[in-house]
Design a protein around this ligand. Structure first.
Ligand code: AMP
Ligand code: MG
Length: 316
């Protein structure tokens, strides 16, 4: 999934469960990836859907169908921010890869025509997906890690593991408690500093924390920086006053969807949307070094870097 997975288990490391979780993660990557050489894509069910775009419906296994269905419904709902049909545009930019480039305006405009989530047919009975127009592409890159983190945590629980941390490159699920008996502390990356340097931490227990940051993967070209989250309305990277958003939710998949929605919304609209959404909380970090936490996670947040100013949000 283009990231480093860290599994942290207090005690003996639960080797049998951890081997099973590693196998699960590799298997999910195989079935969901849309990146890599042909041999890596051979087992990808998402790529099979993409390859058949405009031609045929493709039947998927129950898990992948469920994930695609969730992604398409979320794309219809959050149309201007989260859109898993953004694939053709993502492929044109290739941000995060060596051959990333700024595509021409006409190219972007043409590709945007192929990103309408209403142009997808979902059939629950046959669990099949049909992208109606040739050139359409599903891209689950924004949520695959969230789903995988949920599955990994569930598999640990099924093995009787009550305490542990699953971290799939910023998609964290905290099970139970850390080795010291306290909630897990999930660092909030300082957007302007080197990776691993945090501005504070969130205390999390039996919940997921997912961070989306514009510093994650970038292309520098023509004196500008372009990050990897694409605005579904313009086909260009989001314009946002936020450097990062960390979303808390019982579901890592939901947190992952919301990380994109909130990042696109920016500080004002993003925090209002998160506050209105049941079971979703978030910490917003702006480019101006201010931090804002929604009411439900204010207590869980500690800001340690004195260079950041913690804003108060009116309680709802
Ligand atoms: P994340 O790393 O979770 O922030 O997801 C970023 C990835 O999601 C990108 O690399 C693309 O594959 C995909 N993506 C980019 N823009 C969007 C968007 N607006 N909605 C859904 N997925 C997107
Ligand atoms: Mg994401």
């Amino acid at each position: 999934m283009g990231t480093l997975a860290t599994l942290c288990l207090p005690g003996d490391g639960h080797p049998a469960a951890t081997v099973a979780v590693c196998r699960l993660l590799r298997d999910l990557e195989r079935r969901l990836t849309v990146n890599g050489p042909p041999e890596a894509l051979r087992h990808s069910q998402v790529e099979a859907v993409n390859a058949a775009a405009g031609r045929a419906a493709v039947a998927l296994d129950a898990e992948v169908y469920g994930l695609v269905r969730t992604a398409v419904l979320a794309s219809r709902r959050y149309r201007g921010s989260f859109n898993a049909l953004i694939g053709p545009v993502v492929k044109a930019w290739r941000i995060g890869f060596a051959d990333a480039r700024v595509p021409a305006a006409a190219e972007v405009a043409a590709l945007l025509e192929l990103t309408d989530p209403d142009d997808v047919d979902l059939d629950d009975d046959s669990r099949s997906v049909w992208l109606r127009r040739p050139g359409m592409r599903l891209d689950l890159g924004a949520i695959a890690k969230g789903h995988a983190a949920d599955r990994a945590a569930a598999l640990y629980r099924a093995h009787g593991v009550t305490d542990g941390l699953v971290d799939l490159g910023g998609n964290v699920v905290a099970l139970g408690r850390a080795g010291d008996g306290r909630p897990w502390r999930v660092g909030v990356q300082s957007p302007s500093a080197a990776r691993g340097v945090t501005l504070g931490f969130l205390e999390v227990s039996d919940a997921s924390a997912v961070t989306s940051g514009i510093y994650e993967r970038v292309l520098e070209a023509g004196g500008r920086r372009y990050h990897h989250m694409i605005d579904p309305l313009t086909g260009h990277p989001f314009e946002s006053d936020l450097a990062s958003v960390t979303v808390l939710s019982p579901s890592s998949l939901q947190a992952d969807i919301w990380a994109t929605v909130a990042q696109r919304g920016g500080l004002v609209a993003g925090s209002a949307a998160v506050t209105a959404a049941p079971g979703i909380e978030a910490v917003f970090v702006t480019g101006e070094r201010t931090v804002l936490a929604t009411a439900g996670c204010r207590e869980a947040l500690t800001v340690t870097d004195l260079g950041y100013r913690l804003l108060d949000v009116a309680a709802d």
